[in-house]
Design a protein around this ligand. Structure first.
Ligand SMILES: Cc1ncc(COP(=O)(O)O)c(C=O)c1O
Length: 364
């Protein structure tokens, strides 16, 4: 891999979209971090199994970078296969705390799939009905999983701008205007970054004993990077946060265009994406994302989604840049925590399907 496509965009180029209100509220979500040992006893519901995901050293993928210790936070081992299990609970808890939800209400959510699944799981436990709107680009596996929970699924055209009346976001907003319907709205809900501030951040801090130099994550709504980084930077102000963005997303300054990676990148700035917390961004193309996801599976035994491949490819670009700048060597070691957002089982018909990879031109 060469760093030819690396794009490092300094923080100052973008005026933040976050409102002070969201920022303040996101630190007060009614979620508490379970003790890790609680996992070995009997749990009240499956929601108690969310979080405390393992952190695993990647031993082979980055072997060429002397001095780099890359640790993977395996969010795909949440019960429903992604870190969005945390925010399904977190946003519902926040809405309940605000008195916005009552038993029997219907939750409506626009999603690339994983948030829908996290909401479906929490809604099943708590007795809410669910309607999911999703761009048609998302995998067949995600459609079937959402339906498995008994949710209503509405597919919308992928290519529409976020504010087009028929986009998956606008369709959800209209549905939510019906009586007893509530849109949790992961793009604006403080419970999204708040869930990561309350759980993902403290877990990483404990698992690394506070010893880490870089935190690297993909960005969709920006919930995980914002909530986790806020907690970690409060403990460790010199920690550097690197956001990984697919080509075709505006976050790293690209013009909006179609891409195949699911769950990350947008054509607008979500309110919960706390841009000032991100020190650098790295832009990655589809092919590198999918190639690295397949390597992660075959060389480290971690079956993860395309956005995780994007994070791995972006990490490789970033380490190449650090090494070239003389900031990484055996004498100058660095510890890097990367997020493995979701399970590769969501993409068996895509990233892990040779025919699909060849048809799209990602593989010979
Ligand atoms: C597969 C996948 N990876 C990464 C992300 C990004 O997470 P966030 O929305 O917290 O930025 C998402 C969000 O939907 C996702 O589905």
């Amino acid at each position: 891999m060469t760093p030819a496509t690396a794009t490092f965009i300094p923080e100052k180029t973008h005026a933040t979209a976050i409102s002070a209100g969201i920022e303040a509220k996101s630190t007060a979500i009614p979620l508490t971090l379970q003790k890790p040992e609680a996992r070995y006893g009997i749990m009240d519901t499956v929601l108690d199994a969310v979080g405390w995901t393992p952190m695993v050293r990647l031993n082979r993928l980055f072997a060429e970078f002397e001095g780099a210790e890359v640790l993977a936070k395996l969010e795909y081992l949440n019960p429903n296969g992604s870190m969005k299990d945390r925010i399904g609970m977190g946003m519902i808890a926040y809405a309940e705390q605000q008195g916005l939800l009552k038993p029997g209400d219907t939750l409506v959510e626009p999603t690339s799939g994983n948030t829908g699944l996290g909401i479906c799981m929490a809604a099943a436990v708590k007795g809410y009905k669910v309607i999911i709107t999703m761009p048609v680009k998302m995998s067949e596996e995600k459609r079937r999983l959402i339906k498995a929970f008994g949710a209503e699924l509405i597919l919308c055209p992928t290519e529409l701008a976020f504010d087009h009346p028929d986009s998956y976001i606008e369709v959800a907003k209209r549905l939510a205007q019906q009586p007893n319907h509530v849109m949790l709205n992961q793009y604006e809900n403080p419970g999204n970054p708040g869930a990561h501030y309350a759980t993902t951040g403290p877990e990483i801090w404990q698992q690394t004993s506070g010893h880490l130099d870089y935190f690297i994550s993909g960005m969709g709504t920006g919930g995980i990077i914002s909530g986790t980084s806020k907690f970690l930077k409060e403990q460790h102000p010199t920690l550097q946060v690197i956001g990984i963005d697919p080509e075709g997303s505006i976050f790293s300054g690209d013009t909006p265009k179609a891409y195949q990676v699911e769950g990350i990148g947008y054509d607008f700035w979500p309110a919960v994406l706390n841009r000032p917390l991100i020190d650098e961004m790295v832009r990655v193309n589809d092919q590198d994302s999918f190639t690295e996801a397949r390597r992660l599976c075959r060389e480290e035994g971690i079956l993860a989604g395309g956005s995780c491949g994007c994070v791995i490819a972006g990490t490789r670009q970033f380490l190449t840049h650090l090494k070239a700048a003389g900031q990484l060597s055996a004498a100058n070691p660095k510890r890097i925590v990367v997020v493995i957002h979701d399970t590769g089982r969501n993409y068996l018909t895509k990233v892990y399907n040779d025919e699909w990879m060849q048809e799209k031109g990602f593989m010979e």
